[in-house]
Design a protein around this ligand. Structure first.
Ligand code: GDP
Ligand code: IMO
Ligand code: MG
Length: 427
C-alpha cells in the first residue's frame, strides 16, 4: 500500500491533523500538497498539544519525513517561526523537505488579502487573511515567486519588481494604500534564503522514487472538499484543490500510484467563514455542539459555525474524491443528545434532491430534510472496538456509512492518538 491520500470531506477542521498523526508512525513520508498556513491542525500527543499550520502533521512522528509539495503556498516567515516553535519543544524538524517549485506568500499577498476582503464588505469570503488567494492568483497569472527564486538574487529582484509594478497601482489607486517598496520585499525574502536552503529538494523525484521502492507515502490535505476552488461552494472557497486530484498536481505523483483515498468526516458539520451551509444551527443545539466540540478556529480563533451531519455532502465527497474509506471523527461530541437529526436529502423549490446541486442558486435555497436517529448517553471515549460502543452509537455510525457511500474504517472518540476505534487498517 505505497500511497494514500487523507483529506477533509466537509468544510475543513474534520480532524485531519489527528488522523495524519495517527498514521505518521507507520508511513515514510507525509506530504502537504495544497493550501498554506490558512490550515490549522491540532494534534494531541500524550499531554502535549500542537497547533500546526503549514508543516505536515507527520513532523511529529520521528521516523517520518515531512514534505511540503509544489502545490503549497509557503509564507517563509510563518514556516521559520513554526519550525523554531517545534525545535524549542524538542521536536526534530531537520528532515523537512520543501519543493523548490512551491510558491511564496510575500508581504504584498497578505496585504492584498486583507484589503480586498475589506473592499468586498458584506460580500466578503471571510478568508483567513493569510495571503492565500493572492499568492495562488499570482501563480496562475505567472507572476508568482517560487521558493527556488530565493537563491538567485537577480531573478528574485526582477520578479518582485514585475509583480509590484502592477500591484502598487492597485494598492494605491483602488485601495488607497501606500505602495510597497520592491527593495524592502527583496531584502526580506533574501533573508530567508540561508535558513531555508538546507530543506529545498526535488520532492517530485524523491516521492516517485520512494513509491517505486515500496515506501509508504501519505498525502495530507488541508481545508476540505467543499472549500475546493473547483468542486466546493464557489466563491466561498479557498484558492486551491484540497480534493484528491490536488494530491497529484500538488506533488507530481501520478494518479495510478495512489491506492487509497481516505475522507475525514466529522460526525456533525462545521464551517468557518461565509457561504451556504444547509444544516447550520443558529439555536441552542448549535451552541452546544460548538462548546462540547471545542469548535473554535485554530488559525484565526473564530467561532466555527455548527450544524447536524449532512449526508448529501458526504456522498458528494465520496464521488468527487473517489473515496475508498471514511475516518469518522468526534463521535464522542454527540454523546448526551436524546435524538440526533441527520440530513439525508435537500428540499429545493418544493422538490426532494438527493445529490449536491451544481447550481449555486439551488444550493443557497436547499433546505435540509432530516431523519432523526436515537442518541446515547454512555461515555464512549474509552471504547476500543466497535462492539464496545452503545447500540445507538453503532446504529448512528452504520446509518452514516450507508448514506455516505464508503466504508467507515476508523472512528474518533476523543482528540488523543489512542482515542480511536480502528475497524479496517488503512495500510
Ligand atoms: P483539521 O484542521 O482537520 O486538522 O482539524 P482541527 O485540528 O482544526 O479541528 C479538529 C479538532 O478536533 C482538534 O481540536 C482535534 O484535537 C479535535 N479532534 C480530532 N478528532 C477528535 C475526536 O474524535 N473527538 C474529539 N472530541 N476531538 C477530536
Ligand atoms: P483546515 O486545514 C476551515 C476557509 C476560510 C474562508 C475560506 C477562504 O484547518 O481544515 P482562505 O484564507 O483559504 O483564502 O479562506 O476558506 N478556510 C478554512 N476553513 N479549515 C481550514 O483549514 C480552512 N482554510 C481556509 O475560513 O472561509
Ligand atoms: Mg483546522
Amino acid at each position: 500500500m505505497p500511497a494514500l491520500v487523507l483529506l477533509g470531506a466537509q468544510w475543513g477542521d474534520e480532524g485531519k491533523g489527528k488522523a495524519t498523526d495517527l498514521l505518521g508512525g507507520s508511513v515514510d513520508y507525509v506530504v502537504r500538497y495544497q493550501g498554506g498556513n490558512n490550515a490549522g491542525h491540532t494534534v494531541v500527543v500524550g499531554d502535549q498539544k500542537y497547533a500546526l499550520h503549514l508543516l505536515p502533521s507527520g513532523i511529529l512522528s520521528p521516523g517520518c519525513t515531512p514534505v511540503i509539495g509544489n502545490g503549497v503556498v509557503v509564507d517563509p516567515s510563518v514556516l521559520l517561526s513554526e519550525l523554531s516553535g517545534l525545535d524549542e519543544r524538542g521536536v526534530d524538524t531537520s528532515k523537512l523537505l520543501i519543493s523548490g517549485n512551491a510558491h511564496l506568500i510575500t508581504p504584498y499577498h497578505t496585504t492584498l488579502d486583507k484589503v480586498s476582503e475589506r473592499f468586498l464588505g458584506k460580500r466578503k469570503i471571510g478568508t483567513t487573511g493569510r495571503g492565500i488567494g493572492p499568492a495562488y492568483a499570482d501563480k496562475i497569472n505567472r507572476v508568482g515567486i517560487r521558493v527556488q527564486d530565493l537563491f538567485d538574487e537577480s531573478i528574485l529582484r526582477q520578479k518582485v519588481e514585475a509583480a509590484l509594478d502592477n500591484k502598487n497601482q492597485v494598492l494605491a489607486k483602488l485601495y488607497n494604500r501606500r505602495a510597497i517598496a520592491a527593495d524592502q520585499v527583496v531584502e526580506e525574502l533574501l533573508g530567508y534564503a540561508d535558513p531555508l536552503s538546507g530543506y529545498v529538494a526535488d520532492t517530485t523525484l524523491l516521492l516517485n522514487n520512494a513509491i517505486d521502492q515500496g515506501q509508504v507515502v501519505l498525502f495530507e490535505g488541508g481545508q476540505g472538499t467543499l472549500l475546493d476552488v473547483d468542486h466546493g461552494t464557489y466563491p466561498f472557497v479557498t484558492s486551491s484543490n484540497p480534493t484528491a486530484g490536488g494530491a497529484c498536481t500538488g506533488t507530481g505523483v501520478g494518479p495510478t500510484k495512489i491506492n487509497r483515498v481516505i475522507g475525514i468526516l466529522k460526525a456533525y458539520t462545521t464551517r468557518v467563514g461565509a457561504g451556504p451551509f444547509p444544516t447550520e444551527l443558529l439555536d441552542d443545539d448549535g451552541e452546544k455542539l460548538r462548546t462540547i466540540g471545542g469548535e473554535r478556529g485554530v488559525t484565526t480563533g473564530r467561532d466555527r459555525r455548527c450544524g447536524w451531519f449532512d449526508a448529501v455532502i458526504a456522498r458528494y465527497a465520496t464521488r468527487v474524491n473517489g473515496l475508498t474509506d471514511f475516518f469518522l471523527t468526534k463521535l464522542d461530541v454527540l454523546t448526551g443528545w436524546e435524538r440526533i437529526p441527520v440530513c439525508v436529502a435537500y428540499e429545493i423549490d418544493g422538490k426532494r434532491v438527493e445529490e449536491l446541486p451544481y447550481s449555486q442558486t439551488d444550493f443557497h435555497h436547499a433546505k435540509p430534510i432530516y431523519e432523526t436517529l436515537p442518541g446515547w448517553s454512555e461515555d464512549i471515549t474509552r471504547a476500543k472496538t466497535f462492539d464496545e460502543l452503545p447500540k445507538n452509537a453503532q446504529k448512528y455510525v452504520q446509518a452514516l456509512e450507508e448514506m455516505s457511500g464508503a466504508p467507515i474504517s476508523a472512528i474518533g472518540v476523543g482528540p488523543g492518538r489512542d482515542e480511536t476505534i480502528q475497524i479496517n487498517s488503512f495500510l
